[in-house]
Write a protein that binds this ligand. Structure first.
Ligand code: PCD
Length: 793
């Protein structure tokens, strides 16, 4: 347990033979501008695709006239929904089992929906041609609010679905309603609070796009695309487009961030494939920023009622919640089939309670499709916000210190593995030391003193705590699949004759440094230096099958696969070493990178010696094949449950209601740490995300369904100016079922930080009797909260 604040950058230069701080192998490429992104792909004869989007949120399509556009000399094809319908391609399945229009045929159901596309010789001509397409719309009443969508007589959005008579998307529940009601009935104190987690957008630096190259002679499709899940996408394309799977190669080159935005299959990808088939040329589609913001997967958009029952002295007994989930016009997210609301089932947080119950109603509205898990393992962000906010509401009602209330209710170390009241088995955790470290780093008691003193002068200082447990690393095949595809991951390791290696992964990095950390995992297990290990990913032709990177699952699932495949190689190396050293296997001892004879460290062979022997001319032990390589498919036995304690200090200007985040202390526990420098980077990024969501970001709509956040002028994302110097620390509670004890961390800070910031702002406003205020806490919202003029959600 160390405070990492004092570490200097120099020790990043270490080149550890395994875990430890190490500069990222991929960065020389990125800092020299040598990254290769989808938009960098240039192919001979390549054409460019642009998409015509609906200006209306809800309208019937009366007619589409493409003749003027098609007459432009630069234009090679203009395709409408009717054309796609003729090919059986107008609709496609989503990764959560719904269907979504590739191009609208009957109606448009959100502003920005894809209506037609143009393929032309250059990007500008394609865009110009869009202006010449004449669409006649019959405008319908839009449904923007979830509650309106459920009201009697609301316009029906999904009349494409057989027998559909209302705007319900799905209903879901978890936990025990009766047992929870019984506990609520006997509790001394019950607190209930309505909360909104607004619609936000992942907004990665690189927008979405693809380059499709269909070869009609070979019947082969090569698709470069911005995808976090190349294998899952390939399987879906094979199923939808009818091209055999072995003839499809999906390449996900460097990605400029994903954050969940690049998990779904977007109509644009499919359009580029159709465009290439129709024109016989490679076709590139690259959306602009506005297209990304108005039409690709948004996140959150949950209206939640949280209820918490406790004794008068602060023992939490039960938690209950009801959620209205807005999925937009199509349920366009990816979610494990059995958990349509993802891991919202962990909304009971880090507390040992008697009963819990959650009910959820998901709804269609005339808004962009999605519900993607933006830096969130399938809805954990919403769950953590709910529990950490209502625990603070309880502290307010009991007039108890929020840190003391949390400490009193933690699941205890001897209770792990802990079965939650909604049926999730938390693998490991030791919460109190993490919380105490955060309090120590923050100087919690002094902060409270400072606050008390400031309050006497009318200054508004707030201290907010959030303690979270995440469930990441989906997941065991028996519980989790996406559209019938089990969530196990393949991994292949080859050691070349000279002792250098290549590891092939099914997951795909979006910036989080897999080329470094996966080399470190292999190095840790077989003692080949990370610099000598090439990490190959993001190409379905050259990597084993697996479900991709999201939900912080790469370390928990593929990281485990990498460790185990290396151990398999090491087992074979041991057999070869025993014949090289002419001793029995039992007499060998492994020291990172070499085997030696027990009691005789001088008699040894290195992994490099063994690699050469494995490929060499000499004899190998009886029955052993040559070569030094292995492949596995790893099916995790459980999710991993990282946790963390966050403390935020804010100052609110009583005259302008502007919130300044003065300090932020984050103590994370992700089990065994592979590369602490990368982990800190992940945490810094996630905390910045959190400031954005808590204080600035929201995709909103007017009553006609016009998206009001269609550019980065309107959709504010945080910069270095809005964030403090992050203060981080860590504890280490290894995962008992992961071969190296690692848990995921990529999303922890995004998940854990918004409640800490909101709790801090609400705490600052305590003198005004404020118990809750909804995100984003812009100055006007804080002002309303102070004056008691906030509108109910
Ligand atoms: N690690 C270490 N250790 C540990 C853990 C971890 O070292 N224990 C590290 C690894 O290796 C990597 C990282 O860290 O590198 C992370 O991890 P993880 O947790 O496993 O995760 P992944 O899977 O890999 O990833 C994913 C994530 C997510 S999910 C998100 S959102 C975000 C994050 O990641 N995104 C991004 N981060 C990031 N970063 C960047 N740069 N970019 C991006 O985009 Mo979702 O679901 O998709 O929504």
């Amino acid at each position: 347990m160390t405070d990492t604040r004092q570490r200097s950058f120099e020790d990043n230069d270490q080149k550890p033979m395994g875990f430890g701080r190490m500069l990222r192998k991929e960065d020389p490429r990125f800092v020299r501008g040598r990254g290769r992104y989808t938009d960098d792909v240039q192919l001979p004869g390549m054409l460019h695709l642009a998409i015509l989007r609906s200006p209306f949120a809800h309208a019937r399509i009366v007619s589409v006239d493409t003749s003027a556009a098609a007459a432009l000399p630069e234009v090679k094809a203009v395709i409408t929904g009717a054309d796609l319908a003729g090919l059986g391609l107008a609709w496609m399945p989503t990764l959560s089992g719904d269907v979504q229009a590739v191009l609208a045929t009957d109606k448009v159901r959100f502003q920005g929906q894809e209506v037609a596309f143009v393929v032309a010789t250059d990007r500008y001509a394609a865009r110009d041609a869009l202006e010449l397409i004449d669409v006649e719309y019959d405008v319908l009443d839009p449904v923007i609010d979830v509650r309106q969508a459920l009201a009697e007589g609301a316009p029906l959005i999904r009349d494409d679905l057989d027998g559909k008579t209302d705007n319900h998307c799905f209903d879901w529940e978890t936990g025990d309603a009766d047992a929870t009601a019984a506990v609520f009935a006997k509790a001394d104190v019950v607190v209930s609070q309505d909360l909104v987690y607004p619609r936000v957008h992942p907004a990665p630096m690189e927008t979405c796009g693809s380059v499709a190259d269909f070869d009609p002679v070979e019947g082969r499709l090569k698709l470069w695309s911005t995808t976090q899940a190349p294998h899952a996408h390939r399987t879906l394309y094979a199923m939808v487009a009818g091209i055999p799977e072995h003839k499809i190669q999906v390449i996900s080159p460097d990605l400029g961030g994903g954050f969940g935005n690049k998990v779904p299959i977007y109509p644009g990808y499919v359009c580029s494939i159709v465009g290439s088939i129709v024109t016989g040329k490679p076709v590139k589609w690259m959306e602009d920023r506005s297209e990304n913001l108005i039409s690709t997967g948004f996140a959150r958009d949950y209206i939640m009622r949280g209820e918490i029952a406790a004794t008068r002295d602060g023992k939490i007994l039960a938690i209950r919640t009801n959620v209205l989930a807005d999925h937009g016009a199509f349920n366009g997210t990816a979610a494990p089939v059995k958990y349509p609301a993802g891991f919202f089932g962990v909304f009971t947080g880090s507390y040992d309670i008697e009963a819990a119950y959650c009910s959820m109603t998901a709804v269609y509205t005339n808004k962009a499709p999605g519900g993607v898990a933006y830096a969130c393992s399938f809805r954990i962000t919403e769950a953590v916000y709910l529990v950490e906010r209502i625990v603070d509401c309880l502290a307010y009602e009991l007039d108890m210190d929020p840190a003391a209330l949390r400490l009193k209710n933690f699941i205890q170390p001897d209770q792990f593995p802990y079965m939650s009241k909604t049926g999730w088995e938390y693998d490991s955790g030791d919460y109190e030391p993490t919380m105490r470290l955060a309090m120590e780093l923050a100087g919690y008691d002094e902060l409270r003193k400072e606050q008390a003193e400031k309050r006497t002068r009318g200054e508004l200082m707030g201290i907010g705590i959030s303690f979270f447990t995440e469930a990441v690393g989906a997941g065991p095949r028996k519980h989790m699949d996406i559209l019938g595809l089990g969530m196990a991951d393949g991994c292949e390791l080859r050691v070349h004759p000279t002792g250098k290696a290549v590891v092939r992964l099914s997951v795909q990095t979006q910036g989080q440094g897999h080329e470094t950390t996966f080399a470190q995992i292999i190095a840790e297990e077989i003692g080949i230096a990370p610099a000598d290990i090439d990490v190959v990913h993001g190409d379905t032709d050259n990597t084993p099958f697996g479900l991709g990177t999201y939900g912080s699952r790469s370390t928990p699932v593929s990281g485990a696969a990498a460790a185990l495949v290396a151990r398999k190689v090491r087992d074979k190396a041991r057999l070869i070493a025993s014949s090289m050293l002419e001793v029995s296997v039992a007499d060998l001892e492994w020291e990172k990178g070499s085997f030696h004879v027990k009691g005789d460290p001088g008699t040894a062979v290195t992994i490099q010696d063994i690699a050469m022997r494995a490929h060499g001319a000499g004899d190998l032990p009886d029955g052993l094949e040559g070569g030094l390589e292995a492949q596995i498919c790893y099916n995790p036995s459980n999710l991993t449950y990282p946790h963390g304690a966050y403390i935020c200090v804010v100052d609110v200007d009583p005259g302008t209601a502007v919130v300044k985040v003065r300090r932020f202390i984050a103590v994370d526990d992700c089990g065994t740490r592979i590369n602490p420098m990368i982990i800190e980077g992940q945490v810094h990024g996630g905390l910045t995300d959190g400031v954005g969501m808590a204080l600035m970001e929201m995709i909103s709509f007017d009553e006609d369904g016009n998206c009001l956040g269609a550019s980065l002028m309107d959709y504010l994302i945080p910069t270095a100016l809005e964030v403090p110097d992050w203060e981080t620390g860590f504890t280490v509670t290894p995962s008992p079922h992961h071969p190296i004890g690692a848990k995921g961390v990529g999303e922890s800070a995004t998940v854990g930080s918004p409640p800490a910031i909101v709790n801090a702002v609400v705490d600052a406003l305590k003198p005004y009797g404020v118990r809750h205020a909804d995100m984003p806490l812009t100055p006007s919202r804080v002002w309303d909260a102070m004056r008691g003029t906030a509108q109910p959600p």
